[in-house]
Structure formats: C-alpha cells, structure tokens
Design a protein around this ligand. Structure first.
Ligand SMILES: [Cu+2]
Length: 548
C-alpha cells in the first residue's frame, strides 16, 4: 500500500472521490501520451532522471578520409557535459567535443598536426591530451595541460601508421578516462586504407557510478569502485543501447564492413566478438602494417589498445557485438548490426525447429546453457517474451487451441502483428494484431510491462512482426496434433541475444499484469518525484585531484 501525499494531505484521505478521479484522469492522459512518444522522450518526461542530451557519438560518425593537406589543425574542446548513461540515468561526462568517444581523428602518415586543446570557462577541471600516436613527452600531455577558460596549442607529426588511443592526461588520469575522455587517432599508410562499404567507430569503456547499474536519476562518479575495478557500466560509445533499438547499425548483404575499435578501459580488457559473424581480418592491437589474422572468432583488446577488424556480411541476420566476457552484457556491453538482404537458404536456414510448450525462465537461462529437457506435461498456454527488441523465443510450435501470450519486458512499446513486414497486409486482413489498427484506425503499442494474448484455432504457420520495429520478426507454427512436445530453445543464435535481459524493471512490472499501463505510469510519476528530490540533493561527486 502506498500513499501519495500532496501538501501534507493524503490523496486517498479527505475529498477522496474528486481527487481520486482527477488522479485517474491524469494517469490515463499521461499513459496515452506516453504511448505516443519515443522512449527517449518518455524517460525524460517521466523524470526518471532529469532530461539530459544523448552524448553518445554515433558509430557512423567518421570522417571518410584524411585531409590531403600536409598540415592540419585539430580543435578539441574539453567539455564537461550532463548526458545519458542509460535511459533515465544521467551522468556528468567529461568529453572531447561533447561526445563519448571523442571524434575519430583521421590522419595520414607524416602529416603535421596543430593540436588545440580548448577548455571552456565553465569546466571544473584542468584537461589535456595524451595520444599514443604522438612521439614526445607524455604523448602531448606535458604540452597541453589546460585550466578552465584557457587554450593550449602544440604541434606534432604523425610518424607511425596505426590506430591509436588518445585520452586526457590530467591527474588523476584514470578518473578523466573513466569519465569519458578518450577517442582514436587513425594514421593511414601512404595510399590510404582499402575502400570498404561501411565503417564504424566503436569505443568500449567502463563507468563507475554511485548507484548500481540501472538505478534511475543522476549518478555520480564513484572513485572507490573505479579504484577497485568494479564497474557498474561497461558500454559501447558512452551509454547503454548506443547500438540497439533505433540505433541498431545497418549494412547490406555483401557489404564489406570495417570497425575501428577502441578499448578505453580504463581497467578491463575486452574480448571483442560478433555473435553470428566472423572477424575475417583482424589487425591486432591496431597494427595496420602487420598482416591481418584471418577468420578470427574473438580478439583480445587490452585497455588502452585498439583493433581494426573487417568482415563481409554474408546472410541477412542480426549480428550482436559483445565483449565475450559475457556477463558484461548485463552492464550494457551490447550492440547490433542488422544485415539486410534476400535470404540465402543454402548458406543459412532452418530445417526443423524444436517445439516449445513451456515458458523459459528468461532471467536465468541463456541459450548456451538451456537444456532440451523434455516435458511430459502438455500445456495450452505459451508465453513469448519481448526483450531487447526481439521476440523470445522467436519461433514456436504449438498445438491447435493454444493461447499464446506475449509479455513486453522491453522499455519501449511494441506490437504483435500478423504478416510479413516486407509486404504488410491491410489491417483488416491480419489474422491477429495487438495494435487494434483494424478497429480503431490507429496503432496502439503494448507498453512496457503489458501483455497480449491470442488463441490459435487454425493450423498453419503465422509470421508476425512489430509495426514500429519491423526488423522484429517471429513465427508461430500451429499443428493440428495436440501431442505433447518437448521443451527446448530454438534458433540458438537469436536466443543467444534475446535472452540477455538488460531491462531493469521488467520483472517487477510484469507482475502488475492487466493493470499494466495505468499503475506503471503512476509509479513513474512517483519515481519522478523522488528522482527529482534525489537529484536536487545529490551533487556530482568529483574525484580527488591527484598530484599534478
Ligand atoms: Cu581531463
């Protein structure tokens, strides 16, 4: 039981009827508005952390080639900026040019660089740059210590080809890295790198926050956790979900893909791996002049190191970028590359799917540990979870008469809509559709925590998808036999990614069942109130300045 006090009086106390009615109207209005907003705005509007801009640099934000000039000017502004570490989680990042990572600086061999380090007057700290590409004291750190409101300029020549980290080198140096001050300098060989279809820039880094992973609201930097190397967040490009959902990267079948990968650390090594893909060529440790390793599954990238990997996208699929120290997925280290193109069954296709009659325990089961224990119990109810922008399991086989329930454990709304997203049917011809578009003319989303059910009465195979995320696809095969079927996971590659739940509040919310959206929004409003109170009280925790 909870009470919501307003100016000292209880909402459900005096004058309870009118206030209660007003509250319900308010909640319904907000929940309707919530359904219409993209998730980033929802989290801002619910106040689960004061609104803050996204500071994550898009992996596609890369200069296409070095300047042909013999000398270039590079301006790096050392900005301390509030941003999103996750949806509803805000953090005071220290950045180069306002993003994490800082820009990819693309040079060619023997180019001369005039480097400007500009520290705005509103900074709280001195900042600087040390690049592993720079030969000279401190990699530039000695020439670039810049207090707030000042500028330092120095010059260097790019004397070695390779892919090199840069970072702030102001004491306490690891704290400046842990707060987001890092990026890559690419020094290309004479003649440049071979052309590829797509290039991506991905930087892994840890964040050490005062609250645990996923705790909403403003989070300060926790020096003790950083010092003991126990991160709350291990993320790509400065936040969770920098490459999931509507930020999923996309390539075409047949594309050659190149990734410039930095492991900024500051503490952990990274075991870079692409689930469902292959690292065709690995330029280990950013050594671009050495012959690449061929056909590598996982490559080790040390803290303060880099790697350039290249591969050809072979089949339409969703590739999952991870650090194969896989529990770090629970801390945010997860990204997707959607490979789009025609199916090629000769290269990859299903021959027979195992069947599922029981719920899988999403919180503890991974595809790699799921066992195919057969079940003697038949069931006329089956659950499909919606997690991380995927249906899990994506493909199920059930006997006629089964009621399938979809539970949305994601942080955004989805639909369960019969048909092929590549040639969608008119709403009134869909066999089933959670959106209700046929009757209302509008697409209603299943909000976070809500569920939707459909009973299958006709045998056949039904494809379905999410109207707002059409790359989410599932199948229900309905058999006329009601014989018991075994319980197993299907589509191992896809289960592998869908089973890793990084949704923070999904399990709690699911328990609310049919009350779903109204109660949820009520709770969000309460979080908003407490979140605001906390963020009012909580000052950013800055690390102690070390010896200069
Ligand atoms: Cu700094």
């Amino acid at each position: 039981m909870w009470m919501w006090t307003v100016r000292g009086s209880k909402v459900f106390g005096r004058g309870r009827h009118s206030q209660k009615a007003a509250l319900i109207v308010l909640l319904l209005t907000v929940s309707l508005l919530t359904l219409m907003l993209p998730s980033s705005l929802v989290s801002a509007d619910t106040g689960q952390g004061a609104y803050a801009p996204n500071r994550s640099l898009s992996p596609t934000n890369i200069p296409s080639a070095p300047s042909p000039a013999d000398s270039v000017v590079v301006n790096l502004i050392t900005e301390e900026k509030l941003g999103q570490l996750a949806d509803g989680v805000t953090y005071d990042f220290w950045t180069f040019n306002g993003t994490v990572p800082g820009p990819l600086i693309r040079l060619r061999l023997n180019q001369t660089v005039e480097m400007h380090i500009i520290n705005p007057p509103n900074s709280t700290m001195t900042h600087s740059i040390d690049s592993h590409a720079i030969l000279g004291t401190g990699g530039g750190g000695a020439l670039s210590q810049t207090p707030p409101g000042q500028e330092s300029v120095f010059q260097f020549k790019a004397l070695r080809v390779g892919l090199f980290m840069y970072h702030c080198a102001t004491p306490d140096i690891p704290s400046h890295i842990a707060n987001g001050m890092y990026g890559l300098i690419l020094v290309e060989p004479p003649g440049g790198l071979p052309k590829v279809n797509k290039e991506f820039y991905i930087a892994q880094g840890e964040f050490y926050t005062t609250g645990p992973f996923g705790q909403k609201g403003f989070q300060g930097f926790d020096f003790q956790k950083a010092d003991s190397e126990t991160p709350d967040y291990v993320v790509f490009n400065g936040r969770t979900d920098s490459m999931t959902g509507n930020r999923t990267l996309q390539v075409n079948v047949g594309d050659t893909v190149r990734i410039f990968f930095l492991n900024a650390g500051p503490n952990l090594d990274s075991s870079l791996h692409i689930i469902g893909g292959m690292l065709d060529r690995v330029y280990s440790e950013g050594s671009l002049l050495s012959p690449p390793l061929l056909n590598v599954q996982t490559t080790l990238v040390p803290a303060g190191g880099s790697v350039m990997v290249e591969f050809t996208a072979e089949v339409p699929s969703t590739l999952t970028i991870v650090d194969h120290s896989l529990f770090r997925i629970h801390h945010g280290a997860l990204g997707y590359i959607k490979v789009v193109g025609p199916a090629n069954p000769a290269l990859f296709s299903s021959i027979k799917n195992a069947t599922i009659t029981e719920n899988m325990n999403m919180s503890t089961t991974t595809a790699e540990t799921a066992t195919n224990s057969s079940s003697s119990a038949t069931s006329n109810a089956t659950t499909v979870y919606i997690v991380n922008f995927a249906y899990s399991p994506a493909d199920i086989t059930v006997p006629v008469g089964t009621t399938v329930t979809w539970i949305n454990q994601d942080s955004v709304g989805h639909t369960v809509t019969e048909g092929d997203p590549n040639s969608p049917k008119p709403a009134n011809l869909r066999v089933f559709d959670s959106s209700g578009e046929a009757s209302s003319g509008k697409v209603a989303l299943m909000g976070p925590g809500s569920s939707w059910s459909y009973t299958f009465t006709t045998a056949g195979t039904y494809e379905y998808y999410c109207i707002v995320h059409p790359y989410m696809i599932g199948h229900v095969t309905v058999t006329s036999s009601s014989a018991s079927a075994s319980n197993s996971s299907t589509g191992q590659g896809y289960s592998d990614l869908t089973n890793f739940t990084i949704t923070v509040n999904g399990r709690d919310i699911v328990a609310l069942g049919a009350l779903g959206i109204v109660v949820l929004v009520g709770l969000m409003l309460i979080f908003a109130r407490t979140g605001r109170k906390e963020s009012d009280k909580t000052l950013p925790v800055q690390p102690a300045q070390g010896k200069a």
